[in-house]
Ligand binder design. Structure first.
Ligand code: GLU
Length: 421
């Protein structure tokens, strides 16, 4: 396994192979599902505010179209590369199948650190990238959404760009839009809400009262901060939080509401400079190894590896991020009896409510927030129950159980449709 070298695509393929072996998948369908169906790389110019022109590189990868149009976010990050986008696209296929929404998986990314762009540069970059990948996009083809460092405003620019090309408004080409142009109530909080529900359900199965749980969250972006807030409201004690500026620890429990307010008033929504009585500054590495009950990685891939897995003290890990745990770490933690709610289940709340947004847009009929939250809960808790049952019956880790269910659904759809021509 050392050869995986933390290449997210090799890791994704390794996870798929484990499930394919257990399912005894025929080699032909295995070969189809092991690789992305379509990949588009684009190099495109953007006019910068100082009059210069800079060329950026971006990707859109569609992993599998067997179960419907493809779905998945677009991220802006300096470390984006094709193997990361391939892995994220493959994980979207399994995620959509696991929660049984009618999509295949896709992902996009641009190599850029948006912190160094002005708002108008960000808009021009977004509109040009949307134009470059527009050959792939459409409500019936490929529907992007927010991911790391992209938000509702970026989605609005993409919707507007595609709509300008077509000459009419196409709300269902994208999800995670602002509510005033067809976004869904509850979408911004959906991924964090799903994470909270997965902590609640896992705690219930493990007979742990919620008010006894000490929680640590890595990442204070949309997913981490919403999950921390909702778990705090549920009566759990959030003792550690980190973001790109480092970690913040308070054994009595952090004031999540104050930290959320702080980030809205500071640059790039970061916690730099946050201070309160009893709060200790720690490093991001120390944060992951804090004494706690639940660890929620809600940042980048490859955060829990063979290098720190033995020092992780949490009894439960709920993966808000995509791919935060390497297979080596997975094995070490599983042997130590740590319960891991895998990414394709734990963070599926976002794409579930994206599906609701797409349906609402196509029907031009919009739902109340309580309806959105109730339906989200029914779907994600239903998927959790199915995964838990398979894991118990077959004595498997939750990740393997989730993959069995998801990969089998995708394989079945592709086999039923057959090979064209
Ligand atoms: N980017 C999110 C994810 O990784 C949401 C994708 C979507 O809503 O399409 O699941």
């Amino acid at each position: 396994m050392a050869s995986l070298q933390r290449n997210p695509f090799l890791i994704a393929q390794h996870q798929f192979d484990t499930a394919a072996d257990l399912l005894d998948l025929p080699s032909s369908i295995r070969a189809v599902l092991r690789v992305p169906q379509r990949e588009l790389t684009v190099n495109f110019p953007v006019k910068m505010d100082n009059g210069s022109v800079k060329v950026f590189t971006g990707y859109r990868v569609q992993h599998n179209l067997g179960r419907g149009p493809v779905k998945g976010g677009i991220r802006y990050h300096p470390d984006v590369d094709i193997n990361e986008v391939r892995a994220l696209a493959m994980w979207m296929t399994w995620k959509c199948a696991l929660v049984n929404i009618p999509y295949g998986g896709a992902k996009g990314g641009v190599i850029v650190d948006p912190k160094f762009l002005s708002i108008s540069e960000l808009e021009r970059l977004t509109r040009r990238f949307a134009t470059e990948i527009s050959v792939l996009l459409g409500p019936e083809k490929d529907i992007p959404a927010p991911d790391m460092n992209t938000n509702a405003q970026v989605m609005a620019w993409i919707m507007d760009t595609i709509s300008m090309h077509r000459g009419y408004t196409v709300p269902a080409v994208i999800t995670g839009k602002p509510v005033n142009i067809g976004g869904s109530l509850g979408r911004v909080e959906a991924t964090g809400r799903g994470v909270m529900l997965m902590v609640r359900e896992a705690a219930r199965r493990l007979n742990r009262p919620l008010d006894s749980l000490r929680i640590v969250v890595q990442g204070f972006g949309n997913v981490g901060s919403t999950a921390a807030h909702l778990l705090d409201q549920l009566g759990c004690k959030v003792v550690g939080i980190s973001d790109a500026t480092g970690g913040y620890y308070c054994g009595r429990g952090l004031d999540i509401a104050a930290m959320r307010t702080f980030t809205t008033q500071h640059s790039f929504r970061l916690l730099e400079g946050y201070d309160a009585p009893g709060v200790e500054r720690i490093s991001g590495t120390e944060l992951l190894e804090l004494d706690c009950d639940v660890l929620i990685p809600a940042a980048l891939e490859n955060q829990i590896t063979d290098l720190n897995a033995l020092r992780i003290q949490a009894r439960m890990i709920v993966e808000g991020a995509n791919g935060p745990t390497t297979p080596e770490a997975d094995q070490i933690l599983t042997e130590r009896g740590v319960t891991i709610v895998p990414d394709i289940l734990a963070n599926a709340g976002g794409v579930i409510v994206s599906y609701f947004e797409w349906v609402q847009g196509l029907q031009e009929f919009f739902w109340h927030e309580e309806d959105v939250n109730d339906k989200l809960e029914r779907i994600i808790v239903g998927a959790f129950d199915q995964v838990w049952t398979i894991a118990e019956e077959r004595r498997l880790p939750l990740r393997t159980a989730a993959y069995l269910l998801a990969v089998e659904r995708v394989a079945e759809a592709n086999v039923t449709r057959g090979v064209y021509p």
